[in-house]
Structure formats: C-alpha cells, structure tokens
Design a protein around this ligand. Structure first.
Ligand SMILES: Nc1nc2c(ncn2[C@@H]2O[C@H](COP(=O)(O)OP(=O)(O)O)[C@@H](O)[C@H]2O)c(=O)[nH]1
Ligand SMILES: [Mg+2]
Length: 238
C-alpha cells in the first residue's frame, strides 16, 4: 500500500524539483503532496510542470494565502484521509530532512503508530546551524519535556510519519498552532491519546538554498503554546 509524503512549501523554487525527484526515487510506493501557499516565486507552477511529466505520483494543493506550516499540514491531512494511503510522512522541502530516511520510517510504522525523526536521541545531530539556533532548538526540546512530561527528545522536529488509521482519529479542528508549536501539538496529542511514538535518529542539515521562513512570533507561539497545552489539558486521554 502506498504512503503519502506531504511537503509544505513557501518560496522553495530552488529546492522543489530536486526534492520531488529525490523523494520519488526512494520507493515506488510513495506519492507526494505539495501544499503551497501561493508562493510568489512560482513554486506551484514548477510542481505543475512535474505533474504533467509524472502523472499520478505528484499532487498539489494550492492555497490562496500564506497561512503557516500548521494550516498547510492540516489541509494536507484532510486531503490524505480521503484517500487510500497506509501512512503520511511530514517533511520540509529544503533537504534538511534526508529523503533516504523515508523508507525506514514507513517500515517502522508496521510496528509503531507514529515515528518521530529525532535530532537529539544521542547528542545533537544538526549540521551547519548557527550555534544560537541549535541552543534555541535544544533548549526548546528540554522546555517541552519539562512542562509536558512528554517523553520525546525532539518535540519540535518536522520529519515525522504517522499511520493513516491513527491520523483519522485526530480532530483536525482542534489543532490551532502554526509553527514549531504545531509539531509539538501533534506529538502531544498522539502521546496523550496513548499511541506509541517511536523516535528514530536523523541528521538535520541546514538548507543550502532558499531562506528559512521561521521567525520571531513562531518562537513565542511555541513558548506559550506548550504552557497552553499543559495547563488547559486540551487533549484528553482516550
Ligand atoms: N505552505 C507553507 N509552507 C511553509 C510555510 N512556512 C514554512 N513552510 C515550509 O515549511 C518547511 C520548513 O520551513 P523552513 O523555513 O525551512 O523552517 P526551518 O527549517 O525551521 O528554518 C519548508 O518546506 C517551508 O517552505 C507556510 O506558511 N506555508
Ligand atoms: Mg528548513
């Protein structure tokens, strides 16, 4: 059965062709869904070119406005649950996540319900990030564990896979965050729902092309978002 790799994009013209090719070549059993928020650089048009050359395996969701990573993923999840996939994999367009890990994640979902690509299982596996960004990310992971008690070493990571039968149990309208907080929120929901989360080691490499879209408010959202999740106990045990 096939799995769907969901890639949110905003101005990824320099990466999109290569990432699509790299992902498609990992296995014949993966399809791609690009969720583009009307990138001014023409990312979506580039995807459409590809779709005409490789029909069936590439899909595109075009959204009218830049609404953040979380909403792009929710739109992708809604698209996926109506189709016949074994699992979805979340990954970035900028090669920070190595496509070669995709088949390992999918295989691991035969035993587990959610697989988390983790930079912090043993030390810090991040390449070419400025020290400030590493400290922020690592500090955030400790903060999340401390506040929530969730036993996940890389709660803000964006390279994750979830089985479709589990994803179907998520009430999409409950998800409210946008950036790193969205990634935390997904894992927190799965953990509080009692699903087993398996962390596997990945190496995160800073992008070589294009620019990061993660700034300012997204960090604040993560800081207060974690408190919100914990204090209001938004997601109940099932
Ligand atoms: N559709 C959509 N994609 C986004 C948005 N913000 C970021 N992305 C994509 O999400 C992925 C991760 O973003 P990136 O800027 O690389 O974050 P960083 O790696 O944490 O610096 C990339 O594929 C981006 O193009 C957004 O508002 N909408
Ligand atoms: Mg990135």
């Amino acid at each position: 059965m096939k799995s769907l790799i969901i890639i949110p994009t905003y101005n990824e013209i320099e990466n999109i062709e290569d990432i699509i090719q790299a992902v498609l070549s990992t296995a014949s059993t993966v399809d791609i869904l690009v969720v583009d928020d009307n990138s001014p650089d023409g990312t979506a048009e580039r995807v459409e070119q590809f779709m005409s050359e490789t029909p069936n395996r590439i899909h595109l969701l075009k959204r009218p406005d830049k609404n953040g990573l979380g909403q792009a993923y929710i739109a992708g999840f809604r698209w996926a649950v109506e189709r016949d996939y074994f699992a979805v994999v979340q990954m970035d367009a900028d090669f920070s996540h190595d496509p070669k890990v995709i088949p390992i994640m999918i295989r691991s979902l035969e035993q587990n319900q959610m697989v988390i690509g983790s930079r912090y299982i043993k030390g810090v596996n991040v390449v070419n990030w400025p020290i400030g960004r590493i400290l922020l990310s690592y500090g955030a992971s400790m903060y999340v564990r401390w506040i929530t008690g969730m036993p996940v070493k890389d709660p803000t990571g964006g390279f994750n896979a979830i089985r479709m039968d589990i994803l179907k149990q998520l009430n999409f309208s409950e998800i409210r965050f946008v950036g790193y907080a969205f990634q935390i929120e997904m894992k927190y929901w799965a953990w509080r729902s009692g699903f087993d989360l398996q962390e596997i080691p990945i190496v995160f490499t800073n992008r070589e092309k294009g620019v990061s879209k993660m700034h300012g408010n997204i960090i604040w959202e993560a800081l207060y978002g974690v408190l919100y999740l914990r204090l209001l106990k938004k997601h109940k045990h099932v």
